[in-house]
Design a protein around this ligand. Structure first.
Ligand SMILES: Nc1ncnc2c1ncn2[C@@H]1O[C@H](COP(=O)(O)OP(=O)(O)O)[C@@H](O)[C@H]1O
Ligand SMILES: [Mg+2]
Length: 244
């Protein structure tokens, strides 16, 4: 019989008890949309928490990255407990940045995302080697109490910080409504905020990274394939469009 990965199994319940207390009462649990792993919001008589079951085998690394980020003063949820593939993490009652950007075109969210990444690149470096989030998609950020939090650190790896900015800009431009002027405007503001916070030139340096992520995105989104490939080519050859 295939394993049902949408149900919480006993190692999951055990992790919850260890993180909170043995007699914890679970009031409600809800599976929430996620890209790769299984993520539940669990309401309990102690506090609401996130229970994440890693299907990628990267729970140990993710837990350590969350702890390091937290210690460095970055805005990430508090990692409470890990056992094997299960992690219990502080629940953040925030709004997802994909809806703030795609439905509300929030300039504040775009600028806070840039500041979050600049601080992440500054603080998470390992002996001078820059570490990047490597999954800088809008869905991996929440706005909570006026601050942006990065929630998904399973892919953190050594790399070029411009790759994160390129991925985030692609996530903004390439999510619906796709390539509208307001999206380009949000991207410009995000790049300016990153440049301000990090002191690194961004608009020009990031172009090849955006083009690469647009092409990667084209491989998984057949309906938008041509639009994404055209945009990558234009960005490389002509640069950023001039907004009136
Ligand atoms: N600490 C948290 N508090 C509130 N919501 C969270 C938290 N962590 C994750 N989420 C929500 O769950 C979704 C999936 O979590 P994520 O860690 O990104 O899983 P995956 O690795 O499968 O992409 C996120 O997009 C976010 O909406
Ligand atoms: Mg994710």
């Amino acid at each position: 019989m295939p394993q049902n990965l949408t149900l919480l199994d006993s190692p999951g319940w055990n992790a919850l008890r260890k993180a909170l207390n043995q007699r914890v009462v679970v009031i409600n649990e809800r599976l929430i949309p996620s890209k790769r792993n299984r993520v539940w919001v669990v309401e309990t008589d102690v506090r609401p928490v996130i229970l994440k079951r890693s299907l990628s085998g990267k729970a140990e690394g993710e837990f350590a990255h969350l702890a390091k980020a937290r210690q460095s003063g970055l805005d990430v949820p508090f990692p409470l407990y890990r056992s094997e593939d299960y992690m219990v993490i502080e629940y953040l009652p925030g709004e997802r940045c994909d809806s703030l950007i795609n439905h509300m075109f929030s300039i504040k969210a775009a600028e806070c995302l840039a500041v979050w990444l600049a601080r992440f690149h500054e603080k998470m470096g390992d002996g001078g080697r820059p570490m990047i989030m490597a999954d800088a998609e809008l869905t991996n950020f929440l706005l909570c109490d006026g601050r942006v939090y990065g929630v998904d650190l399973e892919d953190v790896v050594e790399g070029d910080p411009m790759d994160d900015i390129g991925q985030l800009l692609t996530s903004i431009l390439g999510s619906e409504p796709i390539f509208t002027p307001v999206k380009f405007d949000l991207c410009m503001r995000l790049m300016d905020a990153y440049e301000n916070e990090s002191g690194s030139e961004t608009r020009e340096s990031v172009r090849p990274f955006v083009a690469r992520h647009l092409r990667l995105s084209a491989t998984t989104r057949p309906l938008f394939r041509r639009t994404l490939l055209d945009a990558a080519r234009r960005l490389e050859h002509d640069g950023w469009p001039v907004l009136a």
